[in-house]
Design a protein around this ligand. Structure first.
Ligand SMILES: [Zn+2]
Length: 290
């Protein structure tokens, strides 16, 4: 999330860039020769196009973890895994969206690139923190850092201003259910008064789906769009958990299950060949996070 205290950690940025460069697939573009075979009964995986958006940028990396790792590094690692596993599962048109630069111009570029892709779905991957007022001090590895062990768990956001609200809500519910079926608990704290202007309406208490209309990446994209906060990296235990391959695999498996279900429920655009007019007007929202 933006608006939280940030620290520049050059070495960690290098790690983030290395992770990005190590991704198996190009950061942007279509894979050549998409597979023809359809793996599902009614889901045309080869035609379905999902944008996996890496939240924030290397230059403006979002929140800082309890141990001083920028959120962007967590987002890039998980999104890259999700992209790879979707392609392995036959969703050959999956696109990993990595944006560069400052926050607001980066947001505009992010949305423009997503819209140009004519995707069937966008999933933006983030990791959570807390408002600055909740931060506590500690030392890790001899270096002072901030933490808050108050909240843990993932959360899912949609915007009712997205031109496909039903589709956004459908995927959000499917994702929440898939996470829940793997014993992953969402955090209910966004409904609490202490969250102030960050308080959100919980629109699905089973799946853990919140409404956040003003989020640009959700409201200005012309396809169903969902933002996943995969967990809290300001929570010291959860930061460690989110760093494990097991936890990343669990979250990634839930995403893939939800994408498969969504694809079955809604045919890919390129299969039905229907252009959906979705006019969007976009005021600047500098007060909102990416
Ligand atoms: Zn974020």
């Amino acid at each position: 999330m933006t608006g939280f205290r940030r620290f520049k950690t050059v070495a960690l940025m290098v790690v983030a860039v290395a992770l990005w460069q190590g991704a198996r697939h190009p950061a942007w573009g279509e894979p050549a020769g998409a597979a023809k075979a359809s793996h599902g009964t009614t889901c045309d995986r080869a035609a379905f196009r999902l944008v996996v958006d890496v939240g924030h940028t290397a230059e403006t990396p979002g929140a800082m973890s309890a141990r001083g790792v920028p959120e962007f590094a967590f987002n890039l690692r998980l999104a890259t895994l999700v992209e790879r596993q979707l392609i392995d599962a036959g969703f050959a048109r999956t696109i990993l969206l990595v944006t560069e630069g400052a926050a607001m111009p980066g947001l505009a570029r992010r949305v423009a690139r997503a819209n140009r892709s004519h995707a069937d779905l966008l999933l933006s991957i983030h990791h959570d923190s807390v408002p600055d007022a909740m931060l506590e001090d500690w030392n890790y590895d001899g270096v002072p850092h901030h933490f808050s062990d108050r909240f843990k768990g993932h959360s899912i956001f949609i915007s009712y201003d997205n031109p496909d609200r039903k589709g956004s809500l459908l995927f959000a519910k499917l994702l929440g259910d898939a996470l829940k079926s793997r014993d992953l608990q969402y955090t209910p704290h966004y409904t609490e008064k202490i969250m102030g202007h960050r308080r959100r309406e919980l629109v699905d208490a089973e799946a853990g789906v919140y409404r956040y209309d003003k989020l640009i990446v959700l409201r200005a994209t012309r396809m169903p769009a969902v933002l996943l906060e995969a967990g809290s990296i300001i929570n010291r235990d959860e930061e460690l958990l989110l760093g494990t391959a097991e936890q990343q695999a669990l979250i990634s498996a839930a995403v893939i299950e939800a994408v498969e279900s969504f694809c079955r429920a809604r045919q890919p655009r390129s299969s039905v060949r229907v252009a959906r007019p979705n006019p969007v007007t976009l005021p600047a929202d500098p007060g909102n996070r990416q």
